[in-house]
Design a protein around this ligand. Structure first.
Ligand SMILES: [Zn+2]
Length: 202
């Protein structure tokens, strides 16, 4: 039977409180890890589950464009892009994201008009060059002008592809492949979310 001397009590305190403090610290650490982890996941621009497209799928031809001709799109800051674009547009245009196939508003959209860059309003594709590639993204066999589309070799996801970007604002549009129809044999596979649409005047 131990004697409850001050020495015993002080040893008791030391031996029992140390593991308790350690357990509390571990608990706090685990909580922080999970909390920070979830916060990072929520902010991850490449996570498909975090952001939903906000374009109006019921009326693609009314897809509003905010074009300001006074802006120099080569020097727009990342923060300004975040403010200018919605989360899905930012993820695709500024972070080389890809919208899920068969979900974009222009995938099955055949009105006559001009497709413009959703980032800066540059005219990129004509509806006459759009075709149904069956791949899940709007596809064109030709751009309006080669100098408006920048091509970059893309080695991501274990493939060698040609990424296409808007030459004016450097926004990611999609990729170009050489399995398209005549007359060019090209297939510009473009994210709907990277595009706006201007209806042809009657
Ligand atoms: Zn652009």
């Amino acid at each position: 039977m131990p004697k409850f001397t001050p020495k015993f009590i002080s040893r008791f305190r030391f031996n029992c409180w140390k593991p308790l403090v350690a357990a509390l610290a571990l608990d706090g650490f685990l909580f922080l890890t999970v909390f920070v982890g979830f916060r990072l996941l929520a902010q991850n621009p490449t996570s498909n589950h975090t952001f939903m497209a906000t374009q109006d799928a019921t009326n693609p031809s009314s897809n509003e464009m905010r074009v300001d001709s006074t802006v120099d799109f080569r020097v727009v800051s990342d923060e300004a892009w975040r403010n200018r674009l919605n989360a899905e547009e930012y993820r695709v245009l500024r972070r080389q994201g890809t919208e899920r196939p068969y979900t974009g508003i222009y995938e099955q959209f055949w009105e006559a008009g001009t497709y413009v860059c959703k980032g800066c309003g540059a005219e990129l594709f004509r509806s006459e060059t759009k075709f149904d590639a069956g791949c899940g993204w709007p596809s064109f066999y030709e751009g309006i002008a080669s100098e408006r589309i920048r091509e970059i070799k893309d080695y991501s996801h274990g493939m060698i592809r040609i990424e296409v970007r808007c030459a004016q604002c450097d926004g990611h549009l999609g990729h170009v492949f050489d399995d398209g129809p005549k007359p060019t044999g090209l297939r510009y596979c473009i994210n709907s979310v990277s595009l706006g649409f201007k209806k042809a005047e009657q």
